[in-house]
Design a protein around this ligand. Structure first.
Ligand code: USQ
Length: 392
């Protein structure tokens, strides 16, 4: 398969590229390094030092873990770049990770919200049109998010809902109640892609992914220069990754509010497995297929308890602090999301066992000297629509 990974320099994009190259597929990565710029804006660095994409690709090609990886540098909001990219590569499948991925980032101020939605929605639209022009039969595998649904008081289906209203029935997209301007950008993408499938006959899979945790994949472990970025800061760090670093740094775990917020979670290894399953079982022409991509549900407090217990096993004393919630979200709610489509296609989940938590804690402990405690406390608030001085 010829597969193009957009956002190939990112936390998930880089391991995905190596995964397909190791499997013998022809892999191209594209990136514009926007994530590295956003990190610089806020003085943030990932826990592990990450080489340039050029160096990572060179290292992969020297290590010889599979097919060589090919690279293009460019921005999806520049439609000429996207059209040229697809005309030249003619991919069978495109995995689209190239979006601003952080809810807090998008909630900073007007310009961050506008940039997030412009980057994500326009980049995705350019991609859809370029596919229509140059590879209309290619399969778009789009990273969406479980956060598109929010936390409704009814069961969450896999993307679609059968509705009976006034005696008539129809199948509609599941109602969305997202929790940030970032999550909204993914809702807009989903609507645009559903329309392109219905009107143009595009083939697409929207992966509504939960919160990802984890550091290692089979390929990142082949060499230090092949590792992926691991964020623990208040902007890009996801909750479990943050708690592990806080435990190692001797800081209390930052549970926002009551901690009853429940989400779907998955190991980074399962992200690769799910994308692999989607790519090798493409959607039909005209089919907008939606998979809920998570393996387990946990509340934030449950995760904190797991990290406290792992700390005890490792001889660390770990405290929990229920901070005033910087976000506006339900802290106690019903949550029951379906996730059978990927397991029906063969996904064998890597669950969050004590061994997995202990192994992650040990890896983080090995990098304890690189932890910057100044970038951990939450600084971005949802309420009030703050406007930064630079923005007025
Ligand atoms: N939380 C804490 N303490 C922290 C950090 C987070 O209690 O120190 C809480 C948040 O309030 C939230 C939950 O943990 O209730 C998850 O927060 P998160 O920052 O781990 O994840 P989220 O903002 O939802 O976004 C992440 C990724 C995003 C992806 C999403 C999947 O950054 O790209 O789309 O997870 S989902 O949550 O299913 O929408």
């Amino acid at each position: 398969m010829k597969i193009l990974i957009l956002g190939g320099d990112g936390y998930l994009g880089w391991p995905t590229a190596m995964h397909f190259a190791a499997a013998g597929d022809t892999v191209w990565v594209a990136d514009n390094f926007a994530k590295r710029k956003w990190e610089l804006e806020d003085g943030i660095e990932p826990l592990l030092a990450i080489p340039t994409l050029h160096r990572r690709v060179q290292c992969w090609n020297e290590v010889g873990g599979g097919q060589p990886i090919n690279m293009k540098i460019g921005d999806l909001t520049n439609h000429r770049f996207v059209y040229n990219l697809l005309r030249e590569i003619q991919p069978d499948a495109i995995v689209h990770y190239a979006e601003q991925p952080s809810a807090p980032y998008s909630m900073q101020n007007r310009s961050a919200a506008v940039m997030t939605q412009h980057n994500n929605v326009i980049g995705n639209l350019n991609l859809m049109f370029a596919m229509q022009a140059h590879c209309p039969d290619a399969h778009l595998i789009k990273l969406g998010t479980m956060g598109e649904y929010g936390t409704p008081n009814i069961d969450i289906e896999e993307g679609w809902l059968e509705v009976e209203h006034n005696g008539r029935k129809d199948r509609v997209l599941y109602p969305k109640k997202p929790g940030s301007f970032y999550h909204l950008s993914k809702v807009h993408d989903s609507h645009n892609i559903e329309f392109a499938c219905r009107i143009w006959g595009m083939r697409a899979t929207d992966l509504n992914q939960g919160v990802v945790y984890g550091i290692d994949t089979d390929q990142t472990q082949l060499a230090d220069e092949l590792r992926t970025s691991f964020h623990y800061d208040h902007v890009f760090g996801t909750v479990l990754n943050r708690f592990l670093v806080q435990a190692v740094a001797g800081l209390p775990l930052t549970v926002y509010g009551k901690g009853g917020q429940t989400r779907g979670f998955l190991n980074i290894r399962d992200t690769l497995a799910c994308v692999d399953i989607a790519a090798r079982n493409p959607a039909d022409r005209g089919d907008f297929r939606i998979f809920n991509q998570f393996t387990e549900q946990f509340s934030v407090s449950q995760l904190a308890d797991m990290v406290v217990a792992a700390g005890q096993r490792a001889g660390l004393s770990v405290a929990v602090e229920n901070l005033e919630n910087p976000r506006v979200e339900q802290e106690e709610h019903y949550y029951n999301a379906k996730n059978t489509a990927l397991t029906d296609l063969g996904l064998q989940p890597n669950l969050l066992t004590e061994e997995v938590v202990d192994a992650m804690l040990a890896t983080v402990r090995g990098q304890a000297g690189r932890v910057d405690p100044r970038i951990i406390a939450p600084q971005i608030r949802w309420a009030g629509g703050e406007v930064s001085k630079a923005d007025t």
